[in-house]
Ligand binder design. Structure first.
Ligand code: SAH
Length: 465
């Protein structure tokens, strides 16, 4: 197979001589920061206090990356991982690091981003952890490939590559996903389904996406295909349902583009209603394939309750929910305030949101499909009044147009929910000309990975409320 390394990653050099190094920290990306012979290497699978021999692996953006050859000194926080391939897969950089130490890392990571990016000395509250931090993910998406015996396999892309590391059991995913993936592998062979080969632009099955409901016995399977024509489509679906009778809906999504984006535009429901339902904070939500829904349902409830608590809502408050997805935060907030205005850019999510409000009998919320920045600029120009702003942007954060509009709108409280502490710190620094940062609460939505979610509360300077 041709090399599919993205251009920005230099091809790994063959391992030359190893050097002895000491791990002094963990980087933003969850790699050990190793000092060796006056050089710094970023090395996966080594933790602070550990020492050993490492070898140069590759360089990227001027930084050197290495790999562990031999460990001489082991951290007391190192544990036996449940997953045998966690080092190769790269998704769970911390399965070998005990959970309390992971939480300390995440609290510090948030603090560090505020220090480095916002130049602010912030003391985050300790990261809230998960009681049972395994099998939590409700959304699983795996690419497929075929081995030289013609068997289908699926897995995760090895970090910074498009090489699939085969995964049999994933310890952070909802257990129901494995049965579905095993069935697709088995049926794929008997139905002669060809996995998509992106380097050659041919084949059929690109990804299988599975969504599970925590509170309802519902499972969605999306077969993402390169082409629309699906020979034996209905027989395949029948056979899949026979193997996994717990599946409640099956969709085909067609993605013919040469892109890393998993889902394409066109979608057809092959079985069931085309969505699944789940319950968050006592409210039920219908979720379709293209809508965003938080991946850890247990911790999402904790996150939302922290966000609501931080907002200190009253029945007089007008609330704005920016980047609202299927309306989850806004709907929870609607119980405690006068009314909610919500904006989201993905039209399928807005359709879900409206349907969800109706289904739950929530009448004091309105949803708009628009770019959050344009919508807020408009609101600010019209001098509309907002008391509390919840904002939960994607990883890249908000933009200056949006933040300027926020300053103009001047809500007395902002609750910023973020999945990337570096863009959070950047945006908070920008808002700090008018707002004072009052609290920062990290929440571990993604145990065993480097990611952390954060709820930051800001208050308008000189505000009475
Ligand atoms: N608050 C929701 C969704 C958060 S994820 C929840 O907790 O589930 C971020 C959301 O922002 C996604 O639904 C994404 O589609 C949406 N989004 C991304 N860019 C946007 C933009 N420019 N304007 C409005 N929404 C946007």
């Amino acid at each position: 197979m041709a090399s599919l390394m993205p251009n920005h990653v230099k091809k790994p050099k063959s391992i030359t001589e190893s050097v002895h190094g000491v791990c002094v920290d963990i980087s933003f990306e969850g790699k050990g920061v190793v000092k060796a012979e006056g050089e710094t290497y970023f090395v996966p699978g080594i933790f602070p206090g550990e020492e050993g021999d490492i070898a140069f692996d590759y360089s990227r953006g001027g930084a050197k990356f290495g790999k562990v050859i031999k460990l001489d000194k082991v951290s007391p926080n190192r544990i036996q991982p449940r997953c045998k391939i966690c080092s190769a897969c790269g998704g769970c950089c911390f399965q070998q690091y005990d959970y309390p130490a992971q939480l300390i890392y995440k609290t510090n990571k948030v603090k560090e981003q505020f220090r480095k990016i916002a130049k602010m000395d912030v003391e985050p509250l300790p990261c809230i952890g998960m009681e049972e931090p395994y099998f939590y993910r409700n959304k699983i998406q795996m690419p497929f490939a075929k081995d030289n015996r013609g068997n289908l396999y699926c897995g995760f892309y090895k970090e910074s590559t498009h090489v699939i590391v085969p995964v049999d059991t994933c310890y952070i995913e909802d257990g129901r996903a494995k049965a579905v993936l095993d069935a697709v592998k088995k049926l794929g062979k008997s139905f002669h389904i060809e996995p998509y080969q992106e380097d050659e632009g041919r084949g059929f099955l690109r990804h299988v996406l599975i969504r599970t409901s925590k509170h309802k016995e519902q499972v969605m399977v999306v077969l993402v295909t390169y082409k629309d024509a699906f020979p034996s489509r209905s027989n395949f679906v029948k056979a899949l349902l026979k193997e996994c009778p717990f599946i409640t809906t099956v969709l085909q999504n067609v993605n013919s583009r040469h892109t890393n984006v998993i889902l394409g535009e066109f979608e057809r429901t092959l079985y069931g209603p085309g969505y699944i339902e789940d319950v968050l904070c006592g409210i039920s939500f219908k979720i379709s394939a293209k809508s965003f829904y938080q991946v850890n349902p247990v911790m999402t409830e904790k996150l939302y309750m922290k966000a609501i608590e931080a907002a200190q809502l009253t029945k007089e408050d007008v609330v704005f929910d920016a980047y609202s997805g299927i309306g989850t935060i806004g709907m929870v907030a609607s119980r405690y305030c006068k009314n909610v205005i919500a904006v989201e850019i993905v039209k399928e999510a807005v359709i879900d949101a409206r349907r969800n409000a109706k289904h739950n009998g929530v009448e004091n919320i309105s949803f708009y499909c628009d770019d959050a920045s344009s919508f807020m600029v408009n609101m600010a120009n019209k001098k509309e009044h907002v008391d509390v702003l919840f904002m939960d942007p994607p990883r890249k954060g908000s933009d200056q147009r949006c933040l300027d509009a926020v300053c103009k709108l001047s809500p007395s409280r902002i609750v910023y929910v973020s999945c990337d502490p570096s863009t959070l710190a950047r945006d908070v620094a920008y808002l700090s000309k008018k707002y004072q940062l009052r609290s920062v609460q990290p929440v571990d939505m993604f145990p065993h990975t480097m990611h952390v979610e954060t709820v930051a509360m800001l208050r308008l300077k000189d505000s009475k409320k």
